[in-house]
Design a protein around this ligand. Structure first.
Ligand SMILES: C[S@@+](CC[C@H](N)C(=O)[O-])C[C@H]1O[C@@H](n2cnc3c(N)ncnc32)[C@H](O)[C@@H]1O
Length: 258
């Protein structure tokens, strides 16, 4: 399956929220702040950073705040609308560039970037091996991925409610039982991810650490005004982020090259 087959949320509000975060009108995301902290010691003036699945470049805001040196940032995302918004948000930043690209086939030469980040993206893709291979290919120094990593592998598909149930045609599932539309929220085991990187070239170190670096009061529905509230929010329960019924083992995977 080609990744470009998977349409990302067409909801305009999603891109608007990214954009407002990018221009500082909405607060930085907890995961964006946590990612910036994770890169401590890795960003200097001439560092080249790639952010895959960058949305409207809202993580760049946290990075520029945390590292006020003129490092180069490249943002890549499969959704053209988000890239348009990113270009608008950073039109004054001569050290930032954005382009439409898929993690399945990145338009960059091997080992081009000192630091590659890919946050909150891989869980939504149908498979993880090929995207990780591609992210690793373009990494010269450190790859940092934020995704669901736990003790067990799960393939989870959210099947959205249709707008209407009228008519005779099943609006949710095809005659063969497959969902007409689905969004993945996959979880991978630590063992599987470590095995995978064992098969890649030049890996010096792989570490996986649960992301507990968030303020629970900044997540969830209470912080949003009714008219701007995204439809699919994460809540916090007993210290874990939950999405509907799914407990999310958010983790940072960090891989360094020899
Ligand atoms: C949940 S959002 C995460 C955005 C941002 N990294 C963050 O953490 O807020 C997932 C992003 O991945 C992008 N995306 C989905 N599939 C992709 C693919 N195959 N290649 C590149 N980007 C993809 C979407 O367009 C969307 O911007």
């Amino acid at each position: 399956m080609a990744y470009s087959d998977l349409a990302w949320s067409a909801e305009p509000t999603y891109g608007d929220v990214f954009y407002e975060r990018a221009i500082g009108k909405a607060p930085e995301m907890e995961s964006s702040k946590a990612t910036a902290k994770q890169l401590k010691g890795l960003i200097q003036a001439d560092t080249k950073v790639l952010d895959v699945g960058c949305g409207s470049g809202h993580y760049l805001r946290s990075l520029r705040r945390e590292y006020p040196v003129p490092f180069f940032y490249e943002g890549a995302d499969i959704t053209p609308h988000y890239i348009d918004l990113a270009k608008k948000a950073y039109s004054d930043d001569s050290h930032a560039n954005f382009q439409v690209a898929s993690v399945g086939k990145l338009p960059y030469e091997s080992k081009k970037f000192d630091v590659v980040i890919c946050c909150n993206v891989l869980l939504h893709l149908p498979d993880v091996a090929r995207p990780l291979q591609e992210l690793w290919r373009v990494t010269k120094g450190t790859l940092l991925v934020r995704t669901h990593i736990g003790t067990t592998n799960f393939r989870i598909q959210q099947v959205p409610e249709p707008e209407t149930y009228s008519g005779k045609m099943d609006p949710v599932f095809k005659p063969n039982g497959e969902p007409r539309e689905r969004h993945f929220y996959n979880i991978y085991s630590e063992k599987y991810i470590k095995w995978l990187f064992n098969t890649f070239d030049d890996v010096a170190d792989v570490s996986i650490q649960r992301d507990e670096d968030f303020d629970p009061t900044a997540l969830g529905s209470s912080q949003w005004p009714e008219d701007k509230k995204p439809s699919d929010l994460t809540e916090v329960w007993h210290g874990w982020q939950i999405h509907h019924y799914i407990l999310q083992p958010w983790s940072f995977l960090r891989v360094t090259r020899k």
